[in-house]
Design a protein around this ligand. Structure first.
Ligand code: ADP
Ligand code: MG
Length: 628
């Protein structure tokens, strides 16, 4: 059979492997062992549903065979094996391998971190070997095949001899160089060390013949002898005692499991002995998966029944608002025969979910309290999900989430929690104020914030679409009501100020009514502003729907159209007000022109489109010409 070429992306990855740097090389063993373990799992699952197969634990193992004379390292497994087709498909192209599917060319290019951090799959073998030979016999097949490759050159597949089902991978280790000792992977101690580090929890025995020595009978001499030893403890990490485990163990496990490519911000290890017994390891990731806010993202935890994986993504174990959490749950109280449909309604799962949710919340609060910087990293990645969580299900989860959300604020332009906000409210401040806008910079310039800011009150900056919706559901925090800086009654005015406003309103009623007439269908009212100090006008809204909400809802794909009841507010202490009054007395055409301009200016400040930009600019020109 002739030589075949690797697919293009496979070749790129191969080159990366071949040129990897020293410290990352050892993970090749982790990759090959994890493939072997997966292959045994496959037989195990088959046996669960196929009566003609029995799974006898003792028959399944992985064996590592170093051979110094040949300079080869062999990995033998009794897994499901591969047919000729599968050898071609699985080892001929990297696209099969989950880990690299989405990686961009750039990421592959500077892939030095990638290798150490997460699974790179079968090709990792080329980090230490220049010839890789795979002999495999698939379950149910009579024939065996040999796949062989020297790296980027390509590979060959031909018939081979193999008595038993399974796979045997032989690595011909590279020649040592001045600073790289590839033959360290023929040393017992080094192999043990790497297995312990990455693959200790593999459920099947990883065996190796090790040299031991014993004292000869009737003599003082020691003789060496060879004994097969299982070098992994086989106890899954989640069944180990927390005190035996280091942060690094948890991080290695996270990578081994490919929960993410980042370093988790926090791990939560639970051993619960209540109504339902279970162990769980959960992680708060640092980075948001690239598809997190898309339809494609699937939440869920791995579900094990007494050490055996029964579901890869059990969504019932984690609520939507914590959908970023990765990890697994293992419970001996769940029956293995349980079907997927049954699982969905399982009372036990609900119990576990409730319990886990509580623990996650506590840990997130701890993170917020003790490691603020990390919490902010987390919040920048997943905060939006928490706010959606408040809004969804009519606020059913708002109490779980209200202490976890944060917003930027006018105080130090930093994220603050609601508790922190309330804590530093001055005595006379009644409400929690917020302002909405596309960005912090934009909000800071909003005329509506003038009065509240002037009072020295802190303002929360809502820059995400969900913010105001979430806060409306929350309604209050610590008995303090939320109040938009655009709301009609800011609760700031004194009785005297109120009376003065009422007077100005009364005096100018005819002017306001006239302007309102001019803006019929566009605004509900024109009135004296209580919040402006230096700006001439602004737009606010009466009623439930704010202007920001109108923007968000109207931008939704299902074409809902709603309108906020807009109010044009005019600052009576601004010079422009006198101009309006004069025009009202003497020149209605001029007033019409000014009304149009002011209204459009207010729209622009709000970030709303103006209906007729050409008319607006023509009007501006008219003003320039008359005032010149
Ligand atoms: P991944 O494990 O993420 O799928 P790999 O590159 O490690 O990617 O392996 C590619 C595929 O090759 C595996 O999915 C599996 O189908 C097959 N494979 C690799 N090693 C073995 C093995 N020892 N036994 C059976 N199949 C294997
Ligand atoms: Mg793999």
């Amino acid at each position: 059979m002739g030589k075949r070429k690797f697919k293009a992306e496979s070749k790129r990855l191969l080159d990366l492997m071949i040129n990897s740097i020293y410290s990352q090389r050892e993970v090749f063993l982790r990759e090959l062992i994890s493939n072997a373990s997966d292959a045994i799992d496959k037989i195990y699952y088959k046996a669960l549903t196929d009566d003609s197969l029995t799974f006898n634990q003792a028959d399944y193992y992985i064996k590592i065979v170093p051979n110094k004379a040949d300079r080869t390292l062999k990995l033998i497994d009794t897994g499901i094996g591969m047919t000729q087709d599968e050898l071609e498909k699985n080892l001929g192209t990297i696209a099969k391998s989950g880990s690299f599917n989405f990686k961009s060319e750039n990421e592959i290019k500077d892939g030095h971190d990638i290798i150490g951090q997460f699974g790179v799959g079968f090709y990792a073998a080329f980090m230490v070997a220049d010839v890789v030979t795979v002999v495999s016999k698939a379950l149910g097949s009579e024939e065996a095949f040999k796949w062989e490759s020297t790296g980027s050159e390509g590979y060959t597949i031909e018939p081979a001899e193999k008595a038993t089902v399974g796979t045997e991978i032989t690595l011909k280790l590279k020649e040592n160089t001045e600073d790289e000792q590839y033959d360290e992977y023929l040393e017992e101690y080094r192999l043990k060390e790497v297995v312990k580090k990455y693959s200790d929890f593999i459920r099947y025995p990883i065996k190796m013949d090790v040299t031991k020595s014993k004292k000869e009978e009737d003599s003082d001499d020691y003789v060496d002898y060879i004994e097969e030893e299982t070098i992994n403890s086989m106890v899954p990490i989640w069944k180990k005692n927390k005190s035996e485990l280091t942060d690094e163990d948890y991080e290695n496990f996270y990578r081994e499991k490919r929960y993410g490519f980042d370093k988790p911000l926090k791990h939560i290890h639970l051993s619960v002995d209540g109504t339902i017994r279970y162990n769980a390891i959960l992680y708060i990731p640092e980075n948001r998966p690239f598809d997190y806010y898309s339809q494609d993202y699937e939440k869920g935890l791995e579900l094990y029944s007494n050490g055996v994986l029964i579901m890869e993504k059990c969504s019932d174990l984690i609520p939507d608002h914590f959908s970023f959490v990765k990890g697994l749950v293992d419970s001996e109280d769940l029956s293995l025969n349980i079907s997927r449909e049954m699982l969905q309604h399982d009372r036990q799962l609900k119990l576990i979910e409730k319990n886990i949710t509580k623990k996650i919340k506590t840990q997130l609060l701890n993170l917020q309290r003790d490691e603020r910087e990390n919490y902010e990293k987390f919040y920048n990645a997943f905060g939006r999900q928490l706010k959606f969580g408040i809004y969804n299900e009519f606020g059913a989860n708002k109490d779980v989430l209200k202490d976890l959300v944060m917003f930027y604020s006018s105080k130090d332009k930093k994220l603050v929690t609601l508790a922190e906000y309330v804590e530093r409210m001055p005595e006379d401040q009644k409400y929690i104020y917020y302002a909405t806008g596309d960005s912090i910079e934009r909000i800071e310039k909003l005329p509506q914030t003038e009065l509240v800011a002037d009072k020295g009150y802190e303002i929360l900056y809502f820059t995400e679409e969900i913010d105001e919706f979430a806060i409306r559901v929350l309604m209050n925090y610590d008995e303090k009501e939320f109040k938009s800086v655009s709301s009609n009654d800011l609760g700031i005015e004194s009785e005297d100020e109120k009376a003065a406003d009422a007077e100005t309103t009364e005096e100018n009623k005819a002017l306001f009514d006239y302007m309102k007439e001019q803006l019929a269908g566009k605004v509900k009212e024109v009135r004296v502003s209580k919040r402006l100090k230096s700006h001439p006008v602004c737009l606010t809204a009466d009623g439930e729907i704010s202007i920001e909400m109108e923007k968000v809802i109207n931008a939704m794909p299902d074409n809902q159209s709603i309108k906020a009841d807009k109010v044009l507010e005019i600052n009576p202490s601004h010079e422009v007000f006198q101009t309006l009054k004069d025009a009202f007395e003497s020149d209605k055409d001029k007033l019409n022109l000014y009304t149009n301009i002011l209204f459009n200016q207010a729209l622009l400040i709000e970030g709303l489109p103006i209906e007729d930009p050409v008319e607006f600019t023509n009007n501006m020109c008219k003003v320039m010409v008359t005032s010149a």
